[in-house]
Design a binder for this molecule. Structure first.
Ligand code: PA5
Length: 300
């Protein structure tokens, strides 16, 4: 798994998504075209793709609204859906995708295989990794290529994601303290990914608070430590909220460039740090026995 994170650049997709303009599903024609509303469905390591696309669309002012779907239930009336599932077999994602199709909303899948690949909707097939969460570069860049093809959005495609040992060590120290990860809403996806990596790889339980909302409640009960996230690319109102938080609650600040390169570089270090915490705690970062057990106990 460490090897996957160390070599994440290998998994960045370099070629545009090959998608039809329209397709048939269940006797109905679905047009793939620019929609004002983009739903991105997925859970866990696949669900983070929607969160990151939402962050980028906010910071980069992309011309569509991103709605993240992390549930079975879906009540959207119009738009376009990208359904992301590494395994292709996640019940919530498959159900949301079926409901979208029933409502006449075109679905495009991103997966390595499974039921999603066999559903009959256009698919971007991605290479496998040691775990779904380790496959972030291929899932993220697959989604970005879909958005380039449909909306013409511009994004940078890094050749390398340079490893910075000091950053990995700082993250390892800060996350070992089970902090509250505090971020503005323009970096919400990054914050949840940090928490999720600490949960799944290191088996520890930091929490997340999102600004400005957390300045209206959490701040009164907070003791710290916090891991605060900021970026040169976010709105000044958000930067100020992060600065003010650190004036009141002890913690450490991490600066993330809100570009594809900046996001992947930071999250690569989060991955490495959480694998190292797992090793120091003598737990296996790769295995997620409770997640697997829950999936087994659910009806197929
Ligand atoms: O990282 C993981 O292993 C999990 O969070 C999975 O991504 C999650 O359970 C959803 O499965 P999938 O990504 O196969 O849809």
């Amino acid at each position: 798994m460490l090897d996957d994170y160390m070599n994440w650049e290998r998994y960045i997709l370099k070629t545009p998504a090959d998608l039809p303009d329209r397709y048939n599903y269940g006797g109905r024609v679905y047009e793939i075209s620019q929609a004002e509303r983009l739903y991105v469905a997925g859970m866990g390591g696949s669900g983070v793709i929607g969160d990151l696309i939402r962050d980028l669309s906010m910071v980069r002012d992309w011309p569509f609204e991103v709605i993240v779907v992390k549930d079975y239930f879906f009540k959207g009336k119009s738009g376009l859906m990208i359904a992301v599932s590494y395994s292709g077999n996640t019940a919530e994602t498959l159900t949301a995708a079926r409901l979208a199709l029933e409502r006449g909303i075109p679905v495009i899948g991103i997966t390595t295989g499974g039921k999603l690949a066999e559903m009959g909707v256009p698919i971007v097939k991605i290479p496998k990794a040691s775990a779904p969460r380790a496959a972030l570069p291929q899932m993220f860049t697959a989604a970005l290529w879909i958005l380039r093809r449909i909306y013409g959005v511009a994004f940078d495609l890094p050749e390398v994601l340079p490893y910075d040992q000091k950053l990995a060590e700082r993250l390892e120290r800060a996350l070992s303290a089970r902090p509250t990860v505090v971020a503005p809403s323009s970096m919400q996806g990054i914050a949840y990914r940090v928490k999720n990596e600490a949960n799944e790889n290191a088996k520890i339980d930091p929490s997340v608070e999102i600004l400005p909302e957390a300045h209206h409640n959490w701040i009164e009960g907070a003791r710290g430590p916090i891991v605060a996230l900021t970026s040169p690319d976010i709105p000044p109102e958000h930067k100020l909220r992060v600065e003010l938080t650190l004036q009141l609650i002890p913690g450490e600040l991490f600066d993330v460039s809100m570009t594809v390169s900046g996001i992947l570089t930071f999250l690569k270090h989060v991955g490495i740090a959480t694998v190292r915490i797992a090793e120091s705690r003598n737990v296996d970062p790769l295995k997620t026995p409770r997640i697997e057990e829950l999936k087994r106990r659910l009806p197929q």
